[in-house]
Design a protein around this ligand. Structure first.
Ligand SMILES: C[S@@+](CC[C@H](N)C(=O)[O-])C[C@H]1O[C@@H](n2cnc3c(N)ncnc32)[C@H](O)[C@@H]1O
Length: 221
């Protein structure tokens, strides 16, 4: 089997622990131990120049809240970006384009992806205009920060990287593998719980009938 190149995910954030905690567990943790991917957090405050490590300031033109400054992101990206063939810088924003499974598949081919996590009222627009290659939203709602969106995207992208999931089969029947098609209903033991029964066909051992039932039950958009 051809040896896969390692994928690097870097997250620039003022809350690196959020990234480290999630990414060290379960499938992502194991994939890192197997050296297939590496997920690294970088504290944005390490790229400030004043003694208070200021990352935010008031918006020009007035308005509520604080905005994250452009310079720390610029310096952080310069430091973190590796000299690899395919790199991508992704900014998280509720106003970005909606992240989909198609994006996850496409981005799984990149050597390094750097995620920029906002907080407060968001990030100075010059980051979007001059630093980010793409701006993604994970849904039509506003979260308090870009860490969960970055982790959401890293998780979805990593599953597409060969070797991260135990078996190729687990990807095959999954929701969204084929655009607009959701997974069929699945059941496990016991056969009856309270009065809730597993459909007879799944207990029949008749593979062709099971396949037909599953096809019928797949939820198509
Ligand atoms: C409180 S939000 C800022 C919301 C911004 N004022 C607006 O109205 O769009 C702070 C940060 O959380 C992240 N964020 C919030 N919702 C998000 C979403 N749906 N998708 C991606 N990132 C999001 C972004 O990094 C954003 O800079």
């Amino acid at each position: 089997m051809k040896k896969e190149k390692k994928r690097f995910f870097d997250v620039i954030t003022i809350f690196p622990n959020i990234i480290d905690s999630y990414s060290s567990e379960s499938i992502l943790g194991r994939a890192q131990k197997k050296n297939i991917i590496l997920i690294k957090s970088h504290n944005l405050r390490d790229f400030t120049k004043d003694k208070h490590k200021t990352v935010d300031d008031t918006p020009y033109g007035g308005g509520p809240g604080m905005l994250m400054k452009v310079e720390p992101f610029d310096l952080a990206v310069k430091k973190v970006k590796k000299r690899l063939k395919k790199t991508r810088i992704i900014m998280t924003a509720a106003s970005g384009k909606k992240f989909t499974q198609k994006d996850a598949r496409r981005l799984s081919k990149y050597d390094q992806i750097i995620f920029l996590s906002g907080r407060y009222e968001g990030i100075d627009y010059r980051v979007q205009e001059n630093i980010a290659d793409e701006v993604f939203s994970v849904g039509d709602y506003v979260l308090t920060g870009g860490e969960l969106p970055a982790l959401t995207m890293i998780d979805a992208i990593s599953r597409m990287v060969p070797g991260v999931l135990g078996s190729k089969e687990s990807l095959k029947a999954e929701s969204h593998t084929e655009e607009g098609v959701m997974e069929y209903p699945q059941y496990t033991k016991p056969e009856v719980y309270k009065k809730w029964k597993v459909p007879d066909v799944l207990l029949s051992g008749h593979h062709k009938k099971i396949e037909e039932w599953r096809k019928k039950k797949q939820n198509k958009k």
